[in-house]
Design a binder for this molecule. Structure first.
Ligand code: SF4
Length: 440
């Protein structure tokens, strides 16, 4: 989401006449899109402030250069805003980012308390400056209502607001028309997306697609509508919450030929007591049932998850339940995080007594299971002919992703493959990547 926000900020600045520079020392404006998910990310901002101050000092000796203006935005806790207003020229709520050029021009003092927020999703409609010519992120909502015990997002991004479906569809259509091949729909909890639309007013977009004059668009319906856009493209999405991930989304995925058969469904723990203490609102049995339904409808689904090991109070026995779940689900990928205390969250009050070595050991245990299940899953791909969207190149090796989001390495001397779909035959499976050759 922060990456997507940064592309929108770049869009605003470019429209206002700014040009991008890779060299900090040459910049007239530096905008930091902050992440608050871990304390370590917040701590890194302090060292950035020191770096920026040095540049400002050096600028004072140069008479020809504009002074450097620094801006902090993104996911920032209110308490951190008060701290960082000392180090930055401006601390802006992300929803106020459209006002950035005016603030920079007038050199108006701005912190969040001095601006009226656009309490809606207007900032998401700012035209972004995409870094890539073939893959793009499209935010569909912002904020979160869930208050998971370890997470600051509901405090930094506030409550959920969904972006109007017609704006999302227009943006996706525009991207597809301009040759984009991979679209990531983004939101903190995409499964609770809801938007009311007037189908009369938007008859050009929704013609023949929904009959009612006005209706509510759920996430499943949004996927279905996006799937009807003509073109050659894949749609992926993140993030999902298991409690809101329902059958209608499974059906939309199964029926949509553009919708990637890949899902990241963060389970966080395989133990009901830990899940309760994380305030996750589902049980392990409910989670497993959803996976069962998903696999029934989409047999080739590729599954990843997010896990926190060493959450406050997690016993060895409770952790073993997570290991058991990992063995049962046989994930393709997992993003395993060692719990770290984050002030401002509900879990902060629970302490953090599990030793770092123990957390490391739990992380390794899960990684060992994952390596085996990922390799076993990948072996099923050997000999298959698949489409791969090539996204990068190093020496004579190209890298890309399948529609199931599997990383594929292709050795080729051909030129100009980046950004294109190519047909390959999988020749070898490793736990974290497939090897393939191009089919002519
Ligand atoms: S669902 Fe939970 S983890 Fe995800 S953003 Fe919301 S509070 Fe944070």
């Amino acid at each position: 989401m922060n990456f997507s926000d940064s592309e929108r900020i770049a869009g605003i600045l470019e429209t206002a006449g700014y040009e991008k520079t890779e060299a900090l020392a040459k910049a007239d404006v530096i905008v930091v899109t902050m992440c608050s998910i871990r304390q370590s990310a917040v701590d890194r901002i302090h060292s950035l402030v020191e770096k920026f101050n040095k540049i400002k000092q050096a600028r004072k000796l140069q008479t020809t250069h504009y002074p450097l203006q620094t801006v902090l935005t993104g996911c920032v806790l209110k308490r951190d805003k008060n701290i960082f207003i000392e180090g930055f020229d401006y601390v802006l709520d992300i929803k106020d980012i459209a006002q950035l050029p005016k603030i920079l021009k007038n050199k108006t003092s701005a912190n969040t308390s001095q601006l009226c927020h656009d309490k809606d999703t207007k900032y998401l409609d700012i035209a972004p400056k995409h870094e890539s010519k073939f893959t793009a992120t499209v935010p569909i909502m912002t904020g979160c209502n869930n208050f998971c015990a370890y997470c600051v997002v509901p405090y930094t991004r506030e409550r959920e607001i969904s972006r109007p479906a017609e704006n999302i569809i227009k943006e996706v259509k525009n991207l597809v028309d301009n040759g984009y091949k991979e679209i990531w729909l983004l939101g903190q909890n995409v499964n609770s997306y809801r938007s009311q639309i007037n189908t009369n007013k938007n008859s050009r977009i929704f013609a023949n697609k929904i009959s009612e004059n006005s209706c509510v668009i759920s996430f499943a319906k949004l996927l279905t509508l996006i799937n009807q856009i003509p073109g050659e493209f894949w749609v992926r999405y993140t993030s999902s919450h298991p409690k809101d991930f329902k059958q209608d989304v499974i059906s939309a995925m199964a029926e949509g030929n553009h919708i990637s058969p890949y899902l990241n469904l963060p389970v966080q723990s395989g133990d009901n007591k830990v899940l309760k203490s994380m305030n996750r609102h589902y049980t392990v049995a409910q989670y497993k049932e959803k996976i069962k339904q998903l696999r029934k409808a989409i047999p080739n689904i590729c599954l990843s998850t997010d896990i926190i090991v060493g959450f406050p109070g997690e016993t060895k026995k409770q952790f073993e339940n997570t290991v058991k779940l990992f063995k049962e689900i046989k994930y393709d990928m997992a993003y395993i995080n060692k719990y770290s205390k984050r002030s401002g969250t509900l879990a902060y009050k629970l302490g953090d007594k599990i030793l770092a070595d123990e957390k490391k050991c739990r992380e390794k245990t899960l990684n060992d299971v994952l390596r085996k299940t990922a390799l076993a899953n990948n072996k099923k791909y050997v000999g298959k002919e698949l489409l791969v969207l090539i996204d990068s190149k190093k020496d004579n090796k190209y890298f890309g992703r399948t529609n199931t989001y599997k990383l594929v390495e292709v050795t080729s001397n051909k030129k100009g493959l980046v950004g294109n779909f190519i047909k390959v035959k999988i020749t070898k499976a490793n736990p974290w990547r497939l090897e393939a050759k191009i089919i002519n």
